[in-house]
Design a binder for this molecule. Structure first.
Ligand SMILES: Cc1cc2nc3c(=O)[nH]c(=O)nc-3n(C[C@H](O)[C@H](O)[C@H](O)COP(=O)(O)O)c2cc1C
Length: 136
């Protein structure tokens, strides 16, 4: 079975705590069934999500996500085979945008779309390392 890693960014539409928790509850239930793990970085101006899992499940999940009207401007960033998962213990980890990421001004100027695949990977790698240290 081919393990794939997919990342995209998008702009939340109608962002609120209620909407975010509804997205996370449904995502985690689905992802457990579909053997998908990952992380969702979120703030009212940006979603940046990493999905990892079997190729077909990742593809189907991303198709559903693209059609979701709780965000707009879905911009695909990475789709590549990987040897192992960055978030093996997380049906979908949620993380606020951290201080070392981007200001609102940078996001509105499109910084996330302009990052290279390697830079995106580094963002998630750093989050995954924090998760291993703190989240028990
Ligand atoms: C930012 C964002 C992230 C999402 N992440 C996931 C996810 O990781 N897994 C998932 O199954 N659905 C995710 N969804 C929800 C899907 O778009 C869709 O609503 C859901 O898969 C439909 O599930 P259902 O057929 O069980 O109702 C996400 C939606 C948004 C807006």
């Amino acid at each position: 079975m081919k393990l794939m890693q997919l990342a995209y960014c998008s702009q939340p539409f109608g962002y609120s705590l209620e909407i975010l928790s509804a997205i996370l509850v449904a995502s985690r239930a689905n992802n457990r069934k579909n053997d998908i793990t990952g992380a969702l970085i979120c703030r009212s101006d940006i979603f940046l999500q990493l999905l990892e899992g079997p190729e077909q499940q990742v593809k189907n999940t991303f198709e559903a996500i693209q059609n979701d009207d709780r965000h707009i401007n879905v911009h695909h960033l990475i789709n590549q085979p990987v040897e192992k998962r960055l978030f093996p213990a997380w049906a979908m980890k949620d993380d606020p945008v951290k201080t070392w990421m981007w200001s609102r001004e940078e996001v509105s100027n499109g910084i996330v779309k302009s990052l290279s695949e390697k830079e995106i990977e580094e963002v998630f790698l750093k989050l995954a390392k924090e998760a291993t240290i703190f989240d028990f």
